[in-house]
Design a protein around this ligand. Structure first.
Ligand code: CP
Length: 354
């Protein structure tokens, strides 16, 4: 690249997904009791939250996002152990950013081979050491069961930041937070407010989708219909055992489709994710599907994507009003600030802040 081709002018932020968090804040009545109950809880699955707790988390996240400078010290003298044994841009950095912004300190492990695990140390012993060194653990591991092996020995709370293809619950909370900021009326939706949500992917194979659908089903009253758009060849492996039945029993109506462009004009929210982590590598699904600025989206439809982006999501959408995926990633910091504060028994330091 020729240096003369590079612009040194600072880029101005684009306008995307910028609904103000205050609208969501005003929609939810504060009830700090639900936040206090999160103290010392492990965060493992999108299934573990009830509607009231999620609403209070979103309210606190919106309060922090509205005025982040007022929340610079709740985690003073607390230490986060950030253990990521699989690549991550957003999850690790947004957790660490959240902890730093709250005034806490961090120890980070990005390669398990630098720990005793490389010498055969068992995860229970590692967890026992974590009890002595920190106040909270965030773990990403390609192995689904590592989380559970550590939980048995932990006396400090742990957050599942992605365990194999199983779950990624705080991603799902960030997804729901983005949806509610986009349309705060969905929190207490009546029939006329409900939205149609399309998910491009294979729910059984994608941890982000698995957790998202669990969290979404807790707000089934806001969902007119869930449309799963998938490759014809994945028809027999879309849902895991009992996964579809569980969602339907919570009140979600499910339809499956294989033609993206014919269903797009119906959808209010389009959730796309084309990769699934499997072991130390990933598989791509739905490579036939591409969203571009020319796709027949509803004028006010939003696109969510947990990222990293693949060829399924064209960069020409970045400068359109459909782009809520950057807002989704940005909001994850505030959502994680809210959750972390509650988990380490500091909720009372933020509940009364206005
Ligand atoms: N959304 C998400 O999990 O992204 P990373 O893999 O970059 O953490």
């Amino acid at each position: 690249m020729n240096v003369n081709d590079v612009s040194f002018e600072r880029k101005r932020p684009d306008v995307y997904g910028d609904a103000h968090p205050k609208a969501l804040l005003r929609t939810i009545q504060e009830d700090g009791d639900f936040l206090v109950k999160l103290a010392n809880q492990h965060i493992v699955s999108g299934d573990q939250f009830d509607q009231d707790t999620m609403k209070q988390l979103f309210r606190l996240a919106a309060k922090i996002e509205s005025n982040p400078k007022r929340f610079s010290s709740p985690l003073q003298n607390k230490i986060l152990i950030s253990a990521f044994y699989e690549p991550s841009t957003r999850t690790r950095l947004s957790f660490e950013s959240a902890w730093h912004r709250l005034g806490g300190d961090i120890m980070s492990i990005t390669d398990r081979s630098t720990t005793g695990i490389a010498k055969g140390e068992c995860l229970a012993d590692v967890a026992e050491m974590f009890n002595n060194y920190g106040d909270c653990v965030v773990l990403r591991d390609s192995n689904e069961s590592s989380l559970f092996e550590m939980m048995d020995a932990l006396r400090i709370p742990i957050i599942n930041a992605g365990n194999g293809v199983d779950e990624h619950p705080t991603q799902a909370l960030a997804d729901m937070y983005a949806i509610f900021k986009w349309r705060p009326t969905l929190v207490n939706a009546e029939d006329q407010d409900k939205v149609k949500i399309g998910v491009i992917g294979v729910p059984d194979k994608m941890r982000t989708v698995r957790s998202f659908l669990k969290c979404l089903s807790i707000f089934a009253h806001a969902v007119d219909e869930l449309v799963i758009i998938h490759d014809e060849k994945c028809s027999d492996e879309l849902f895991g055992e009992g996964q579809r039945e569980e969602l339907e029993s919570r009140g979600i109506t499910i339809r499956t489709e294989t033609e993206l462009d014919s269903v797009l004009p119906e959808l209010d929210v389009v959730y796309i994710n084309a990769i699934s982590w499997e072991g130390d590598t990933f598989n791509t699904y739905g490579s036939a599907f591409h969203l571009t600025a020319g796709s027949p989206l509803k004028e006010d439809a939003i696109i969510l994507h947990p990222l990293a982006r693949g060829e399924e999501l064209s960069t020409d959408l970045d400068h359109t009003s459909h782009n809520w995926y950057f807002s989704q990633a940005r909001g994850a910091v505030f959502l994680r600030m809210a959750l972390l504060t509650c988990m380490v028994e500091r909720a009372e330091r933020v509940i009364d802040v206005v």
